[in-house]
Ligand binder design. Structure first.
Ligand code: GZL
Length: 328
């Protein structure tokens, strides 16, 4: 049964502070290890390095799980390979780490290794993406509401195109990942009843090259004139689509409008430049919240099962106002 994160605690203030660098690690990351003051050894299983978002997330996690904050971090990036990521978690268990943090590449297939961590009495915190395993198998999850992000993107599209017949192609995120599944679900719900027709949909694996290759295929199949809208599950794929559209002689943002998710700097710059038309943010700066959860769990404190961060969205004008002051 898929666990949907509709309860839990929404934190905007704490993250907003950290996002602007005004926060202090003392309130979440903490100075020094657990209450006992010992260094905390944490295994962090990251997805890989597939996008600008992922780079910002990794940087945030490494800054929060620093030696000065009382941690010894064992870091693994699984190059978007779910089997390799599970092997990394098993390695953390055999190393006897104090806690494990996972950004799960895909939602399924986690029951066995999470049970092995529980049997070894090693608490697991999920950051960013979610899993379909029972929530009894992890202490807490901190991240974003991907379905809501999809709804926000779809509502913009439905408003932008109204009752005008619109042919849309979708650049999907990693197959089987929570953001890909939930962003699709939310967007489809939001455009229900509109005149937007999804004529094609394919994964670009959240990468710029993947988005470019898939968009090149769509353009060969439908032509610039046969596509009105691109819904990209992340900015990196949208940026790849921009390259493909321009190479085909089209004008991105005009001949073919683009709506995307993440709001990383390169995506926001393309929005300012009018090559993307609307972006929903997905804040990657989760490190301090994840570090705070690890310390709370190890100190025997009760933590929320879901801690999710509110999203915002940007038009071209709004992006121009904030792009120079953003933390990523
Ligand atoms: C979302 C995150 C997604 C981003 C992509 O929280 O898991 O993975 O949207 C990233 O850019 O690759």
């Amino acid at each position: 049964m898929k666990t949907k994160f509709r309860t839990g605690v929404a934190v905007l203030g704490a993250l907003a502070l950290f996002a602007t660098g005004c926060g202090s690690s003392d309130s979440d990351g903490g100075d020094g290890g657990s209450a006992s003051g010992d260094t905390i050894k944490v295994g962090f299983a990251q997805t890989g390095s597939e996008s600008g978002w992922r780079s910002a997330n990794t940087e945030s996690m490494k800054e929060a799980f620093s030696e000065e904050n009382g941690f010894e971090l064992v870091f693994n990036a699984a190059d978007n390979d779910p089997a390799a990521q599970i092997s990394a978690v098993r390695s953390f268990i055999s190393q006897g780490v104090d806690a494990i943090v996972i950004a799960p590449i895909v939602e399924d297939g986690w029951d066995d290794v999470l049970q092995e961590a529980a049997d070894a009495d090693i608490p697991v915190i999920l950051e960013d993406r979610t899993v379909t395993s029972s929530e009894d198998l992890y202490e807490s999850w901190v991240g974003l509401d991907f379905k809501k992000e999809g709804v926000m993107a779809g509502e913009w599209a439905a408003t932008e195109f109204g009752s005008e017949p619109t042919k849309m192609v979708v650049l999907e995120g990693t197959t089987g990942s929570a953001p890909a599944n939930d962003r699709a679900e939310g967007f489809d719900e939001a455009i229900a009843g509109s005149s937007i027709e999804k004529i094609d949909s394919q994964t670009g694996e959240f990468t710029r090259d993947g988005g470019k290759t898939v968009m090149e295929g769509f353009l060969q199949k439908y032509g610039v004139d046969g596509i009105d809208l691109v819904y990209a599950h992340n900015d990196d794929m949208a940026l790849g689509a921009i390259e493909a559209i321009e190479a085909a002689g089209g004008v991105p943002g005009e001949d073919i409008k683009i709506v995307s998710i993440d709001a990383v700097h390169d995506g926001m710059q393309a929005l300012v430049d009018g090559k993307i038309n609307f972006i929903v943010e997905c804040n990657p700066l989760l490190g301090d919240l994840a570090a705070g959860l690890v310390k709370s769990v190890l100190d025997g404190e009760t933590v929320e099962k879901q801690v999710y961060v509110e999203d915002q969205s940007f038009t071209q004008e709004q992006a121009a106002e904030v792009i120079d002051s953003r933390a990523y």
